[in-house]
Design a protein around this ligand. Sequence first.
Ligand code: PRE
Length: 357
Amino acid sequence: MSEQLLKQHRDAIDHIDATILKLLNERAEHARQIGEIKGGGVVYRPEREAQVLTRIKSLNPGPLPGESVARLFREIMSECLALEKPLSIAYLGPEGTFSQLAATKHFGHAARGVACSSIDEAFRLVESRTLDYVVAPVENSTEGAVGRTLDLMITTPLKICGEVVLRIHHHLLRSVATTEGIRRVYSHAQSLSQCHEWLNKNLPVDVERISVASNAEAARLASLDPAAAAIAGQAAAERFGLTKLAENIEDEPNNTTRFLVLGHQDVSPSGSDKTSIVVSAPNRPGAVHSLLAPVADNGVSMTKFESRPSRVGLGDYVFFIDMEGHRTDANIAAALQGLAEKTAYLKILGSYPVAVL
Ligand SMILES: O=C(O)C(=O)C[C@]1(C(=O)O)C=C[C@@H](O)C=C1
C-alpha cells in the first residue's frame, strides 16, 4: 500500500467534505427562508420532494447507485424541512415495526416518529392535529389488503398525500445463537403466514406458532424467553438485541408492503401521480362493469381495484380504485365526473406522487 497515495486521496476527501458541508448549509438556509415565505402554513410538500428525488436520480453520473443518492438526498431534505418545522409522524408501534421503517424511509430521520398502539389511534392523533401525518400499511404483495386501513379510509377526513413501498424481509430471531430448543415462535399473523413454507421445512412440527399484535412485540417477547424465537425484521432485531438465526425467510422473494401517508392537505401535481378513490356499486349484475366505463372511456389506467364489504348489508361492496394521474389532469377529472354520475357514493381519497424511493 502506498502511504503517499492514501494521503493524497484522504486530503482530497477532506477538501470535498468541507465543500459539501458549506453547500449543505447554503441549501438549508434556502429551505429556512422558504419556511418563512410559507409563513407558518403547510411546510411539507410531497410533490416537490418527489421532483427533487427524481431529478437527483436522473442527474446521477455514478459510481454511486441512483437509489443511494436518492436516500442521501431524502435525509438532506428531511433535515432542511426540520429547520422550517419539525414534523411528527404517527405509525403502528411499538418501535421496530415495518410501519416505523416505512415512516423513516418516507420522511427521513429528522422527523419525529410516534409509536401508536393501533392504526385507529394513529389516525385519531392526526385527525385531532396532535400529530402531523400518519403512515399506515394498506396492502401486502403476499397477503393482500390491510382491511382496517381501508375501513378507516372511508370515514377519515384525512387525505392521502403519499405512498411508501417497502421490501419486507423477515428473519428468525432469538436471544440465544442456536435453533436448538425452540419451543415457540412469535410473530404477527401475516408474517407467520408469509413464512409458512420456511417454518414447515426448517422447524420441528411441535414448535408452537403464536400470533401477536406486531413483529416488534414478537421480538420483545422472544427477548424475554430463551425457549422462544420471533419472526421480525432488522429494526426489531436491533431494537431488542436479538441474534439472526436465519435471514430472509419469507416464502415470496418479492414480498413488499405498500403504506399510505395521510395528512390534512391536498397535494399539487408532481408530474408522476396517482389518484385513489372509493365508490359503491349497486348489488346487481353488470353494475361494476358499467360503473367503470368512465375510467376506460377517458383512457385512465387503473393500478388497483380492491373490493371490500360496505358493512351496510350482506352483498354490498365498496371498491377502492387507484388511477394513474392527478385529479386535476383532464382525463382523471372527466373520469371522476363520469363516476360521480353513476354511483351513490364516491369519495376522493387523494392525489399524490408515485413513490420514488
Ligand atoms: O421547496 C420547498 O417547499 C421546501 O421547503 C424545501 C424542501 C427541500 O429541502 O428541498 C424541504 C421540504 C419540502 O417538503 C420540500 C422541499
